[in-house]
Design a protein around this ligand. Sequence first.
Ligand code: ZN
Length: 323
Amino acid sequence: MSELHKFLFEGLPVRGMLVRLTESWQELLARRTRAADIFPLPVRTLLGEMAAAGVLMQANIKFNGALILQVFGDGPVRLAVTEVQPDLTFRATAKVVGEVAPDARLEAMLNLHGQGRCAITLDPKDKRPGQQPYQGIVPLHGDHQEPLQELSQVLEHYMLQSEQLDTRLVLAADERIAAGLLIQRLPVEGAGNLQGERNEDRIGQDEAFNRIAHLAGSLTRKELLTLDADTILRRLFWEEKLLRFVPQAGANGPRFHCGCSRERVAAMLRGLGRPEVDGILAEQGRVEIACDFCGQKYHFDPVDAAGLFLPAGTQPPGSSAIN
Ligand SMILES: [Zn+2]
């Protein structure tokens, strides 16, 4: 079962989380059954790491809305995106436009000409009128313009920039599991705050964090993919005092879910405009839209399509059009 483990280090300003997406990740992959839809292996790995990271980041904030993690760029992969809701349901997809080499990493996939970016968007559930989603963007290169090859490095960079918090991330994914370990220094609070100490003053300075981050960094991808959570935490932190929360699994844990619906597709078609939709109908006899995230197909025949553009409440009887 997919699971999320949260823990604290007793007496130290450090927290951690470990996520393992198993059947939920397999379900996401299994949705893409046609050969043409199956992503190349490096893209699947990237999406798995993004799903694991997205769950960790969503679980790490108090925010009622979707967390959307996107990497977009100028290579054979144009976009990879994962979206995680506050209840830890997630979905992910990618847009691949060219050949992806079997050993391609971040630069070869998304940052061929240095234009790759990673964006984290927090989209509030109940938006006030005019309220915009919050978005932070970081490039796919380090402080010295060196291209980053790992998503974990990009996200560590983002956390440092956006929250001034030291973070260590280990991510890995294969066909069976997408997993991640996050270790983060806690924000300065209470006494530290009163003395005017700021989060940025502590960057790289906290000995406890540095020690624990170093331990976390010794976790190999293979261990992350093959060992259970208890074994990983025991092996890494056997000398530390861990305070563990009740793991979140099953209905409370991370799981695959796509929020697409016929209503949303109808709204999208309305946004496209009548001439465009009529053009598709003339060419293909009906409109077929497949959800990029889950593969669900939505069909609109000419009667359905005509109903899309009628004022609410005036659909012809017997039509399945959406208001
Ligand atoms: Zn869907």
